[in-house]
Design a protein around this ligand. Structure first.
Ligand SMILES: C[S@@+](CC[C@H](N)C(=O)[O-])C[C@H]1O[C@@H](n2cnc3c(N)ncnc32)[C@H](O)[C@@H]1O
Length: 218
């Protein structure tokens, strides 16, 4: 197994569909071991409680630090030694470079929260990285966690058809740029025609045309 990826969440069902679709379907049980844990299953509090009101007042509920500690005790017998990525809009923004780095780890834990987010001590003492998927606020960390899982899975051996992940946006093969446009049949639709050169069969010229259309980011 090249990567053991653990996700802690309050909505474990959200991850079900991912297992049946590529890229995960092709590598689960070989290159990827994906485990999804519900904080409620190991909470030390009664009635499945996992969050509490913020000290100092204010609206919303905050994920408790003792709940994450109990989840880690149950799964790892303490604080894991591998990287723990907490998903938060306040974190470092996810980019392909970080994806490549995370895909090279042997083990990784993702922490998601809901409502007002994490007790700061979870970020300070249980997390090695705090990562955002963009400058906007979602209702929970499940979609961000799925984005990270999918982006990492694509980079694991066997996830994609041979070579298809090498030449795409942000890849080294395109100097980190954005991929050229693609077209498929029909060659003409409502007068919107495919560039002639792509129908020419001249692979040297097609390659040059494509390279000219790689755009830089930003
Ligand atoms: C409603 S948000 C909390 C927002 C937080 N109170 C703030 O203002 O920064 C609840 C949870 O969703 C997740 N989340 C929301 N937006 C995110 C983003 N852009 N990137 C990563 N995680 C996000 C995080 O796990 C966060 O703790």
């Amino acid at each position: 197994m090249s990567l053991r990826l653990d996700v802690f969440t309050l909505v474990p069902d959200a991850f079900g569909w991912m297992r049946e679709r590529r890229p995960l379907a092709g590598i689960l049980g070989s290159e990827l071991d994906l485990r999804v844990f519900n904080y409620r299953d190991t909470t030390p509090l009664t009635a499945g409680q996992v969050d509490d009101e913020p000290y100092g007042g204010g609206r919303g509920m905050v994920l408790r630090v003792d709940v994450v500690a109990a989840a880690f005790d149950a799964v790892y017998g303490g604080t894991p030694e591998h990287r723990v990525v907490a998903l938060s809009p306040q974190g470092r923004q996810l980019a392909q470079e970080l994806v490549e780095e995370l895909a090279g780890e042997p083990a990784l834990t993702l922490l998601s929260a809901r409502f007002e987010g994490f007790d700061q001590r979870i970020l300070d003492h249980f997390s090695t990285d705090v990562v955002s998927i963009g400058p906007y606020v979602l209702s929970g960390g499940e979609i961000p966690a799925m984005a990270v899982v999918d982006a990492i899975a694509r980079r694991l051996p066997g996830a994609l058809t041979e070579g298809s992940g090498e030449l795409e946006s942000f890849s080294a093969a395109l100097n980190g740029g954005l991929e050229y446009p693609h077209y498929t049949r029909p060659a003409d639709f409502r007068g919107w025609s495919v560039p002639e050169i792509l129908l020419s069969g001249d692979h040297g010229r097609i390659d040059a045309w494509r390279r000219e259309r790689v755009r830089s980011v930003g």
